[in-house]
Design a protein around this ligand. Structure first.
Ligand SMILES: O[C@H]1[C@H](O)[C@@H](O)[C@H](O)[C@@H](O)[C@H]1O
Length: 560
């Protein structure tokens, strides 16, 4: 069991694999339980500076990050493509090809993906511990390809929903395993930025999906191409991942220390600053020692829970899978039993829930539908501005995240979202003609002045989203200590998909029930509540963890 007292302070890892929620002792009351984490061990400062002496990461770590990041591309493509595909589907899946899809059909086609993503994350965490992080990413690829083919060949709404669900399972597994893979393989100092590469890849995937959607929107049955092309990045990633490495942490945990050492040499040996083999070796051995220490600690803790002594006396004979299962269930038990873990989980889930309940993906999924109803002549092209804004401002986050810190970036960006949403709500109430029944021609007025205001308001909202809440929650694995990392990340990922499912399912009915002005007003209220929650509960220093911000870390280390 993870220690609750300081007794085990010397065995905590406070760098590459440490939870970043350990706080200053003067942290406010709300974070008391998090503050109970022990102080850093001796020598960490020295190792951090020697890691820093290697400079920026080399090509190897970028290659690994980019190869893993293709999962983000797939995630983005498959969630983004639905916007144009819904328009292109028109009547083609109706048995007599006469009437268009109903609101319910559209909602279920859209949200089946997030429902399966929600269900897939916890089992994916079991597989990631049992088989390794890399096989889960490969398994997700197989599902991405299968799902794309099913969707492209669908002749009924049911088959399309099944295809979307298979893709959803792939997204659920990949969206849990990829940030975990990157954060475990990345040197601590670049972890924030490298995890953001995955979110960048998601937004690139969404832009690609919109471009493909636009390209095929005029073609009869174009939606089959839109869905089918989603198989391509999956094939690409299978090729790339075949030459990628497993994470050193998983290898050590599974007794393959020599292999882990070889990988760490490549990770730390390619830094931007010139270094001697001896320097690299020192860092590698330091990191390896820490990971080994953690793994040993985990094993001892596990034996303690099972009433087995150090030498294994009293250990019942169990199969590998049973042991894995026990270790996973222990992870979940420990997650809920230890106060600081519960706090970390609460924050991770809060952020993931907020990321979705603020309504961003209703634009991702339905912006083409909204712009069509607003009377824009080329709604798919107009909705490309949404995806492009998301991509560009995620790039801003990529540059700013390690400098401004996770909390700061959220506190500045969420008010921008509120401004955009309130403006959109007011403009919708003026536009007035938007409704969901009746033909597009009856509704549209050719994109009048209020429609332009709505478009601008959405761009403001999306910019605010992309800089902050669009990516900060994916830094989730850094919030948890190693023994509960897979379990904590899996639950937080499920929260993301649960909330995503809810938004996908309720957006169109909400438009009918509350009107667009009311719907966007609700999202504005969610953002205000989310801002207050971040301000109140997200720890001041989380995410600008001690090892993450070069100079500042070293100062901190010197002080302690
Ligand atoms: O971080 C990503 C990104 O912001 C995407 O644009 C969005 O569609 C996803 O739901 C989110 O998890």
């Amino acid at each position: 069991m993870r220690p609750d007292s300081d007794d085990h302070a010397d065995v905590e890892d406070f760098r590459a694999d440490a939870p970043l929620l350990q706080q200053e002792s003067d942290q406010n009351d709300s974070n008391d339980n998090i503050d109970n984490r022990p102080e850093r061990g001796e020598g960490d400062g020295e190792e951090t500076s020697s890691e820093a002496s290697l400079g920026e990461p080399g090509w190897f770590i970028f290659a690994l990050t980019c190869a893993a990041g293709v999962s983000g591309l797939l995630f983005g493509y498959d969630t983004g493509v639905i916007s144009s595909a819904l328009l292109s589907l028109s009547t083609s899946l109706n048995p007599h090809q006469t009437t268009p899809l109903t609101t319910w059909d559209k909602s279920i086609i859209t949200s089946s993906t997030s429902l399966l993503a929600l269900l897939a994350s916890p089992p994916a965490s079991l597989l990631a511990d049992a088989l390794g992080r890399k096989p889960v990413i490969l398994l997700a690829d197989a599902l991405f390809i299968l799902g794309a083919l099913l969707q492209a060949s669908a002749r009924s709404v049911t088959v399309l929903v099944v295809g979307r669900a298979v893709v959803g399972a792939a997204i659920g597994a990949a969206s849990f395993a990829t940030p975990l893979y990157i954060s475990e393989i990345a040197p601590a100092r670049q972890r924030g930025r490298l995890v953001t590469v995955q979110v960048l890849a998601i937004t690139v995937g969404q832009v690609l999906a919109y471009v493909v959607g636009w390209g095929f929107s005029g073609m009869d049955g174009g939606w089959r191409w839109m869905f089918g092309l989603g198989a391509a990045p999956g094939v690409l990633q299978v090729g790339l991942m075949a030459v990628m490495e497993e994470t050193p942490r998983w290898l050590v945990a599974n007794g393959r220390v020599e292999r882990a050492r070889r990988i760490l040499r490549r990770v730390y040996g390619g830094g931007s600053k010139r270094q001697t083999g001896e320097q690299v070796e020192r860092v590698v051995e330091g990191v390896l020692k820490k990971v080994e220490r953690q793994v040993r600690e985990e094993e001892i803790a596990l034996r303690g829970r099972r009433g087995v002594d150090e030498d294994g006396v009293g250990a019942p004979k169990t199969s590998l899978w049973k042991r894995r299962w026990e270790s996973l269930t222990d992870g979940f038990t420990e997650l809920f039993n230890v106060t600081s873990n519960r706090s970390a989980l609460g924050i991770a889930c809060l952020l993931q829930g907020f990321q979705q309940l603020c309504g961003f993906n209703s634009l991702m999924y339905f912006s083409a539908t909204i712009f069509a109803l607003l009377g824009f002549h080329d709604p798919t092209l107009v909705s490309l501005t949404i995806a492009t804004t998301n991509l560009l401002f995620t790039l801003v986050a990529f540059i700013a995240i390690d400098r401004v810190g996770r909390r700061g970036i959220l506190l500045y960006s969420v008010p921008v979202m509120v401004i955009g949403l309130v403006l959109a709500s007011v403009a919708f109430s003026q536009e007035g003609r938007l409704g969901l029944s009746g033909s597009d021609e009856q509704k549209g007025g050719g994109g009048g002045p209020w429609a332009i205001v709505i478009l601008c308001a959405m761009i403001v909202y999306v910019a605010g989203y992309a800089i902050g809440i669009g990516n900060v929650p994916w830094q989730q694995s850094e919030l948890f200590p190693l023994p509960v990392r897979a379990a904590g990340s899996a639950l937080a990922t499920s929260t993301n998909w649960g909330a995503n499912f809810l938004v996908g399912l309720t957006f169109l009915p909400m438009l009918e029930l509350l009107s667009p002005a009311g719907t966007f007003g609700v999202y504005a209220v969610v953002c205000v509540v989310g801002w207050v929650a971040v301000w109140r509960w997200y720890p001041e220093r989380s995410g600008i963890g001690l090892e993450e911000v070069g100079g500042r870390n070293e100062e901190e280390i010197a002080r302690t």
